[in-house]
Ligand binder design. Structure first.
Ligand SMILES: Cc1cc2nc3c(=O)[nH]c(=O)nc-3n(C[C@H](O)[C@H](O)[C@H](O)COP(=O)(O)OP(=O)(O)OC[C@H]3O[C@@H](n4cnc5c(N)ncnc54)[C@H](O)[C@@H]3O)c2cc1C
Length: 412
């Protein structure tokens, strides 16, 4: 273990400069349960040994909901001998939490921070500025540089298709007015049988780039992008960064395609463009998770090959806390050897985890189940839940709670 506790991690930007060829980095989210955290710890160690990532990220739950688990996991990554990149959001929470997280990072030698605005926690609707001045990621970057000088390495989020808030639904006839670049960013989704098209129009995209430049100028070292599935979109974004004077590495965020439902929920939520061929390949494999994962590895390999040939400094995997597809892609790239077959024996992906602070099924969410609508009362290991069934009552007027396995209920 090279990374001794108490010593300071190296800055990722410096590590990038000492890696002339593209490398791997991995991202995890904090699971909801103690058992989930335990599983993830084993997985982090195994994935570190198997894939030698240069850094590993842990996300920060909206409104600070995972602050302790996130801190625990980044410290664990450090113990495992890898550099941790801790996400930190600054809205919808007490600014003191931001301050104490940064001072803990200093104490534990966690040097790298992803500075983010954050979204509203589930059920809170709009995101809210924190009292005391944090209203966007720019404020957080400025705050870190003001309070800590160059002590921390800072990365920021970038959106090759525009931030979802800057993506608008096309009105009838508007599609004909789209520019060449807008056509590359346009996404479509289906709701109740109606196809809806969305795009970040050029004038909004320009505002996004001007704001990104402000974040960069405030002291960010590099950018990690939102997921995308079209490498031309990434290439345009990198060219635009240069055109706007943003001269730092741009790390492509690779969303691992692990299952059908999750993929379309996530891309719908983020208004991500899913090229038609990709959509059709997914539909063909709809009924087999194993086939989806196999395809996810093939698609991811081809995508990463193109990104590396376009000059991406590394491939950053949104692992969703799973291993198979990451191993499949790295084997496909020839960066690892036969990891996928080694994993088959372990079947480690079997222990899936529910995201703590994620957009899906949390305590208090309304869900649809075979018994009708209900409210999640308690999350259990492996994504099962106790659900209060809304329309049912016991003879004595008491509530009916059902214990339902993951996949047998859906958030509405
Ligand atoms: C790589 C990556 C990692 C993420 N990790 C997490 C995580 O760990 N936890 C989590 O909760 N969420 C995470 N998110 C989601 C993120 O918090 C949301 O997308 C959030 O809505 C925006 O955060 P941001 O840091 O991009 O915000 P900002 O950079 O502040 O920007 C958000 C939007 O507001 C606009 N904007 C903001 N301020 C101004 C201004 N002053 N002037 C003009 N325009 C402005 C921007 O143009 C942009 O459209 C992540 C996203 C990415 C891409």
């Amino acid at each position: 273990m090279s990374n001794i506790i108490g010593t300071k991690d190296e800055k990722i930007i410096d590590l990038m400069q000492s890696h002339p060829t593209a490398f791997t980095s991995l991202e995890f989210y904090p699971p909801r349960t103690t058992e989930g955290v335990q599983n993830l710890r084993s997985r982090i160690l195994r994935m570190k040994e198997n894939t030698s990532p240069v850094f590993m990220d842990v996300t920060w739950g909206a409104g600070g909901s995972t602050s302790e688990t996130t801190m625990d996991l980044v410290r664990y990554i450090k113990e495992c001998g890898c550099v941790a990149n801790m996400h930190l959001t600054c809205t919808n929470m007490d600014p003191d939490l931001v301050k104490s997280a940064l001072s803990d990072c200093r104490k534990y030698g966690i040097t790298n921070i992803v500075a983010l605005r954050g979204d509203a926690p589930e059920g809170e609707g709009e995101w809210k500025a924190s009292e005391g001045g944090f209203s966007c990621a720019l404020d957080l970057v400025k705050f870190i540089r003001l309070e800590y000088g160059n002590e921390f390495g800072i990365s920021i989020a970038g959106y090759p298709e525009g931030h979802p808030n800057a993506i608008t639904i096309l009105s009838p006839g508007e599609e004909e007015t789209l520019s060449e670049k807008e056509l590359l960013r346009v996404s479509s989704s289906e709701k109740d049988g109606v196809v809806q098209k969305c795009v970040c129009r050029d004038e909004d995209y320009k505002k996004e780039m001007i704001y990104l430049k402000e974040k960069y100028d405030a002291g960010a070292d590099f950018i990690i992008t939102q997921m995308f599935f079209d490498t031309d979109v990434f290439k345009n974004f990198c060219d635009d960064c240069v055109a706007y004077g943003i001269n730092c590495p741009v790390v492509p965020g690779i969303m691992c395609i692990n299952n059908f439902g999750g993929f379309f929920r996530m891309t719908g939520f983020c208004k991500t463009r899913v090229p038609e061929e990709l959509k059709q390949e997914m539909i063909k494999r709809k009924h087999s998770e194993a086939e989806i994962k196999k395809f996810g590895a093939e698609f991811g390999t081809a995508m990463c090959m193109r990104l590396v040939s376009q000059g991406a400094p590394c491939v950053h995997f949104y692992t969703l806390n799973l291993e198979k597809v990451v191993y499949g892609i790295l084997d496909g790239l020839g960066w690892t050897k036969e990891l996928s077959s080694k994993l088959e024996a372990l079947d480690a992906d079997a222990n899936t985890m529910q995201a703590k602070g994620s957009a899906w099924a949390r305590v208090g969410d309304e869900v649809q189940s075979m018994f009708g609508k209900g409210i999640v009362m308690e999350m259990r290991p492996e994504g099962a839940a106790f659900i209060k069934i809304s329309n049912w009552k016991l003879a004595n007027g008491g509530e009916v709670k059902a214990y339902l396995k993951a996949g047998t209920f859906k958030k509405i």
